[in-house]
Design a binder for this molecule. Structure first.
Ligand SMILES: Nc1ncnc2c1ncn2[C@@H]1O[C@H](COP(=O)(O)OP(=O)(O)OP(=O)(O)O)[C@@H](O)[C@H]1O
Length: 257
């Protein structure tokens, strides 16, 4: 089986800063794959390279068999990649339902003209969009608050809403940037179940997460970045006992032992 996402020797430089150095990552369809590493290791840069925010300085990114490095963000979205952000980015004064409907707009066929003229095709599409948004809110477990303004939702529900909005583009690959940040233990358990449900629904999940309990529990495989380099990759139990990883996290230099 060919991988869904491949990072082939990716280097990303910002002036004098090398955020990623010759990184190779290969993620299979249907996996829950985690990216971990200390602050500033390059994790968010990986997301930004995948989603077309940055064009890598060197290397290629392949998604579903095609090169996507150099594509614009909306092109990458259309190919089937969606993401959430470290800091929640919702339309705070819109309802939960509206937030998800906006997320689905990337896939609508009729544009502004259809909306202004009230064309039947557009009305049909809007109705379908509303139904789909409802399904997604139910799927992530917040169907009951569809009319609630986003800013009035609990923190955990806002995170779920962000996920629903990302799912509205019907992605093959969902990127989650620190989805458990700021969650209490009950919310984290719920999130874990939701991530599994997303995978069981036929999607692939790539997540950045600092909560090691969650990562070790939920990931099929993970990769560890440190100062822009991949220092380890494998099953959770393999990575957990890897000496390089332990040193990166504890900040022990190689010649200190
Ligand atoms: N647009 C940019 N311009 C300059 N430097 C950048 C830019 N984006 C990232 N960097 C640098 O690249 C390095 C990696 O940053 P990145 O945000 O990817 O790390 P991270 O692992 O996501 O960190 P954190 O866990 O703190 O979010 C850092 O040194 C950062 O300052």
């Amino acid at each position: 089986m060919s991988p869904l996402l491949e990072f082939d020797n990716i280097t990303m430089r910002f002036g004098g800063v090398t955020a990623l150095r010759e990184v190779n990552i290969s993620i299979n369809e249907g996996e829950i794959f985690a990216l971990i590493g200390p602050n500033g290791a390059g994790k968010t840069t990986v997301f930004n390279v995948v989603t077309g925010v940055y064009q890598p300085t060197e290397g290629q990114v392949r998604f579903d068999g095609d090169r996507i490095d150099g594509m614009k963000r909306f092109q990458v979205t259309k190919r089937g990649v969606a993401r959430t952000f470290q800091n929640i980015r919702l339309f705070h004064n819109m309802s939960a339902l509206e937030n998800v409907m906006v997320g689905a707009d990337a896939h609508h066929k009729t544009g502004a003209i259809g909306a202004v003229l009230g064309l039947p095709w557009h009305r049909k599409e809007e109705k379908r969009g509303r139904e789909r948004a409802r399904e997604l809110l139910d799927f992530v477990g917040i169907g009951k608050v569809e009319h609630e303004t986003a800013k009035n939702l609990s923190y955990g529900d806002q995170r779920r809403l962000e996920i629903a909005r990302a799912l509205a583009t019907d992605p093959k690959l969902l990127l989650l940037d620190e989805p458990a940040a700021g969650m209490n233990p009950a919310e984290k358990n719920g999130l874990q179940a939701l991530i599994r449900k997303i995978r069981d629904d036929g999607r692939t999940v790539l997540l950045i997460e600092h909560d090691m309990g969650l990562v070790m529990h939920i990931s099929d495989r993970l990769a560890v970045l440190d100062f822009g380099q991949k220092i380890a990759e494998g099953l959770p139990q393999e990575v957990q006992t890897n000496q390089k990883v332990i040193e990166a996290y504890l900040g022990v230099s190689e010649d200190a032992s």
